[in-house]
Design a protein around this ligand. Structure first.
Ligand code: FMN
Length: 311
């Protein structure tokens, strides 16, 4: 059973909105994002108390406004419904509340994985799955526990051996598979290709020379993405956990691909922000490459010293 839940500002654009439906028996939601034009058309119909139709930008999806029920007929998805009176109330209230325009981040270069997906074949998560699953070479990806138990950090990278682009794709895609608070993905990854910036990051990370590694990823927190009505400090904590988990997933993916890494937590946040030109707080830098030497994992304390059983 899917039930209309709310209308909220769009966070990919400063205009438009997100209409949210909730599954009653699952912790899941469906969102329709309307752009400015679509929202304006819907608002006009709603404010006149009339019926009508709004074609959505994708040219296949339609909003049918009937007297009793409004249907969102969505391409390749089930039809989402809401009582027209409920939608009207929400839309008109939303129109009357001033929404803070949010600056849209525009990065000079977007990242495209080296794997190409046919346009007509493009489905949600298809690209992510392709990048993750495609097996270019036989690396021991399948045994997670073996990867965990053999992982060892390195601070000495073989700088003569570049990392294959498909491996970089997988490491980045792995970050996107980590769980995040409310599935809001409160983090961002900066993939540093520029060698001058890598050198400056060395200095920002307490002069740790291995930060200038073949692959350098800066994981940043973005609490503004976490649209949950909790106090700011909780949202900050969530985004720190999101960014940390994502980095951990990438680190494990790197190990699965025969690479090694070093996690950098000792960094000057302000310097890093300045260098990579962001307002987002960095949580860690993950430096990845082929190790000069493969080494066995470090020892840990005994499990029985680590685990406290509460009965
Ligand atoms: C939160 C955190 C911060 C870390 N910061 C640094 C760092 O700034 N510099 C560094 O050389 N290693 C850093 N490390 C790496 C640890 O020293 C390393 O993971 C630890 O010695 C265990 O070794 P292993 O990863 O090979 O098991 C950090 C690790 C974590 C989890």
């Amino acid at each position: 059973m899917v039930e209309f839940s709310k209308i909220e500002p769009s966070y990919i654009s400063k205009y438009g909105c997100r209409l949210v439906w909730k599954e009653t028996d699952e912790d899941d939601q469906h969102v329709v994002v309307l752009n400015k034009n679509e929202l304006d058309q819907l608002t006009e119909i709603m404010s006149k108390d009339s019926t009508g139709k709004v074609e959505l930008e994708d040219e296949f999806s339609t909003v049918l406004i009937n007297t009793d029920v409004t249907q969102f007929q969505l391409k390749e998805f089930k039809t989402l419904e809401v009582e027209t009176s409920v939608l009207r109330k929400n839309i008109l209230e939303y129109r009357d509340i001033p929404h803070e325009p949010k600056p849209i981040k525009i990065y000079p270069k977007e990242f495209f994985p080296s794997i190409q997906i046919e346009a007509e074949d493009e489905k949600q998560n298809k690209l992510l799955n392709e990048v993750l699953i495609k097996n270019k070479e036989s690396v021991s990806e399948s045994d997670l526990f073996r990867i965990m138990s053999t992982r060892r950090s390195t601070r000495n990278f073989d700088t003569t051996k570049p990392i294959e682009q498909w491996k970089i794709d997988k490491i980045l895609a792995a970050a996107d598979t980590a769980p995040t608070a409310g599935n809001f993905q409160g983090f961002e990854v900066f993939y540093i290709k520029n060698s001058e910036i890598k050198k400056r990051l060395v200095e920002a990370a307490n002069n740790q020379p291995y930060v200038n590694a073949p692959l350098v990823l800066v994981f940043c927190m973005d609490p503004s993405r976490v649209k949950i009505n909790f106090p700011a400090e909780i949202l900050t904590k969530f985004s720190l956990q999101d960014a940390t988990l994502a980095a951990a997933y990438s680190q494990l993916a790197a190990s699965a691909l025969g690479l090694s890494s070093i996690w950098i937590g000792m960094l000057d946040e302000e310097k890093v922000k300045q260098i990579i030109e962001t307002e987002l707080k960095p949580s860690s830098i993950l430096c990845i490459g082929y190790p000069q030497k493969r080494r066995p994992p470090k020892s840990r304390r005994k499990l029985k010293e680590l685990i406290r059983v509460i009965e």
